[in-house]
Design a protein around this ligand. Structure first.
Ligand code: PLP
Length: 395
């Protein structure tokens, strides 16, 4: 790049950064400090000694890097073993492991839907699903969040690709527990609609796997819908405490992803040690169901404490609790005031959430005690009062 071009780009980038700052949308990188009220380590497995030890032993055995794509020299026995284990946990024929949930969503939605197909996507789906759908050649229709009647209407009125000569497919894509609102999708009603219309249901279980259902495998299990979901995507860096994601589903669909999904084919396989760590983490999920019960009870306590303090809390049972603030700058001021008192909460702003709905996203983990929750609620009320909206500057 010549000097002139470089400085033109630098000026443009500076202007973009300035507008982000003016809109209260500038992010800062800040490692964890203080009490964890914002991570996705719901079950406390990220620092569990058994999981860490499995990772260390796995690295000693299989090395640090996988050195290539799974389809080249990057495959290891441990990947196949943990995939078989995850498929059994999920009650599906097969599972395939990816190095992140983002990549797994890209893989599913850029590979299975084809030109002439239609993807119906919930309006609050995670950015990784939105990006994945953009990569797909299928048509995209967004339906209002968690609106069964609207989905029914869309399914009854769309007619996917006549050009495909009868094999056109409709996909319905949702999260089971929504990452920024903490509410659940009405999966049972969606499954019935998909059955009636021959649509394929794709469910992102990022914030449900490890937490819901008797086995802890997610909302699909809890709702008894094992046979109704085409594929699920299960992030392994949240409740499972490690990294990556499993796509779980019928053997033919998983085999097709192995053959054709570009994020699987053209990316170096994850470090094998991570699969060893996931094996240990799945052991704990199976053997220590009380962890999910504690998280559920603490989340109920948290919601009640917030409601008693006069704060509006959505009535749900997931460990994700949004505190709606609205204005971007105010949400960061509240978060900063709380951080200064030792509470690690983060402001969530657009584009992660819709304009005008900046919020604190509180999350409950197994180590968060009732006393700490009560102290936090008192501090939150004080911070909300202190961080009143700044008056508009008159010119
Ligand atoms: C609903 C949802 N899907 C997918 C992802 C992406 O998963 P990963 O962080 O493993 O890339 C996230 C993570 O933020 C998520 O919340």
């Amino acid at each position: 790049m010549t000097e002139g071009l470089a400085s033109r780009l630098a000026r443009r980038v500076d202007a973009r950064l300035r507008s982000l700052r003016e809109a209260g949308l500038l992010r800062t990188l800040r490692p964890p400090t203080g009490l964890d009220l914002s991570s996705n380590d719901y079950l406390g497995l990220a620092r569990d000694a058994r999981v860490v030890q499995a990772l260390v032993a796995g690295a000693a055995r299989d090395g640090c890097g996988s050195t290539g794509s799974r389809l080249l020299r990057g495959d290891r026995d441990v990947f196949g073993a943990v995939e078989r284990r995850f498929a059994a946990f999920k009650g599906t024929e097969r599972a395939l492991y990816f190095s992140s949930g983002y990549l797994a969503n890209l893989a599913v939605l850029s590979t299975l839907p084809e030109k002439g197909d239609v993807i119906l996507s919930d309006a609050r789906n995670h950015a990784s699903l939105v990006d994945a759908i953009r990569l797909s050649a299928a048509d995209r229709v967004v339906f209002p969040h968690n609106d069964v009647a609207a989905l029914d209407h869309r399914l009854s009125t769309i007619s996917p690709g006549s050009s495909r000569g009868g094999d056109a497919q409709v996909f319905v894509v949702v999260e089971s527990v929504f990452s920024m609102d903490g509410d659940r999708a009405p999966l049972g009603a969606y499954a019935a609609l998909c059955r009636a219309h021959g649509a394929a249901l794709v469910v992102d279980e990022a914030h449900a796997v490890g937490l819901l259902g008797d086995r802890g495998s997610g909302l699909i299990e809890e709702a008894g819908l094992d046979g109704d979901v085409c594929v699920s995507v299960n992030a392994a860096g949240k409740a499972l405490g490690v990294a990556g994601a499993f796509v779980a589903g019928p053997a033919c669909v998983i085999e097709y992803l192995v053959q054709r999904a570009r994020p699987f084919m053209f990316s170096t396989a994850p470090p094998p040690a991570v699969a060893h760590a996931l094996d240990a983490s799945l052991d704990i999920v199976g053997r220590e169901p009380e962890r999910r019960r504690i998280v559920r009870d603490r989340a109920t306590h948290f919601r009640r404490a917030l409601a008693s303090a006069g704060l509006a809390v959505p009535p749900d049972h997931s460990p994700i609790i949004p505190i709606l603030i609205g204005e971007n700058g105010r949400s960061t001021r509240v978060a900063d005031l709380l951080s200064a008192q030792g509470f690690d909460v983060r402001a969530i702003r657009p584009p992660t959430v819709p304009e005008g709905t900046a919020r604190l996203r509180l999350s409950v983990n197994v180590s968060l005690g009732a006393d700490a929750i009560d102290r936090f609620v008192t501090a939150l009320v004080g911070a909300l009062e202190a961080a009143t909206p700044w008056p508009a500057v008159s010119s």
